[in-house]
Design a binder for this molecule. Structure first.
Ligand SMILES: [Zn+2]
Length: 267
């Protein structure tokens, strides 16, 4: 039997468990009599993850559900296969159902045509809907469901005691999940989700990528301030909610004012 490497009581993460980088973080919540998985990752690592779970002496039939934190291929490409192998249920937010059940290659980033990137995206039935305020019971444990949109419309996070499984909301270095209009990203909602995380009493954040870390509100504040700026920057296209430079320019044009090059010229 493989020794179980618990990160926290009753929490195993499969990259740490494997001792190598598999891909997205895959959390196993061990409720004693049953367990659940948060995300599963790419299809080509799914069997290895299932072997690890078996090797740690879990009964595969005790898997209560696999949760899709959202419908990005790097998180859920293997979920249909895992659902079959574990004979379990797949749970997701209502906004995640369509991309998951149709295997939407654009929404899931399985295909990025401009970068000549394409991987298969097997569609997967969603058996269980998770909404804000729901409680998931797994053995002796309870997870509170948080709907934290921003990166994508269906992004979920989960509070368990002093832990927050925080998805793609924020990583240890203060970076966040991709902001992209085609992906359903929403900057004001993203900021609200981050503010909620900041105000919460969770001690540790367990993100979907990279190291697990102690929640630090200074990092969160920097990230919130950065995203607040993004809302008014052309760099973020239709995800921005305004562009002050263009508003100013419009006023000048409407007033018949020509550009004045005398100000601010560096000689
Ligand atoms: Zn991600």
């Amino acid at each position: 039997m493989l020794q179980r490497k618990y990160l926290f009581p009753q929490v195993i993460e499969m990259n740490y468990q494997a001792g190598r980088r598999l891909g997205v973080n895959v959390y196993l919540i061990d409720g004693g009599s049953e367990f659940l998985l948060i995300d599963i990752g790419y299809l080509d690592t799914t069997d290895e993850i299932i072997d690890l779970i078996r090797g740690m002496d879990f009964n595969l039939s005790d898997c209560k559900m696999i949760i899709a934190t959202h419908a990005d291929a790097d998180h859920i490409q293997g979920i249909a296969h895992a659902r079959e192998m574990l004979k379990t249920k797949v749970a997701a937010h209502p906004s995640t159902v369509e991309p998951l059940e149709t295997g939407d290659e654009i929404m899931t980033y399985a295909t990025i045509k401009a970068q000549d990137f394409s991987i298969p995206m097997p569609c997967c039935k969603v058996d269980l809907l998770l909404n804000e305020g729901d409680t998931i019971k797994v053995g002796t444990l309870e997870l509170q469901v948080w709907h934290t949109p921003g990166h994508t419309a269906g992004q979920l996070s989960f509070k368990m005691g002093n832990l927050l499984f925080s998805g793609d909301n924020i990583y240890k270095d203060g970076c966040v999940g991709v902001i992209d209009a085609h992906h359903g990203s929403d900057l004001p909602e993203f900021i609200q989700s981050l503010q909620r995380i900041s105000k919460d009493n969770a001690e540790f954040l367990l993100p979907s990528h990279g190291p697990v870390f102690r929640k630090d509100n200074r990092t969160l504040k920097k990230t919130i301030d950065r995203l607040t700026q993004y809302q008014y920057m052309a760099d973020f296209g239709t995800c921005a909610i305004g562009w002050p430079l263009l508003d100013e320019w419009e006023k000048e044009v409407t007033a018949g004012k020509m550009p004045d090059f005398s100000k601010g010229t560096v000689k």
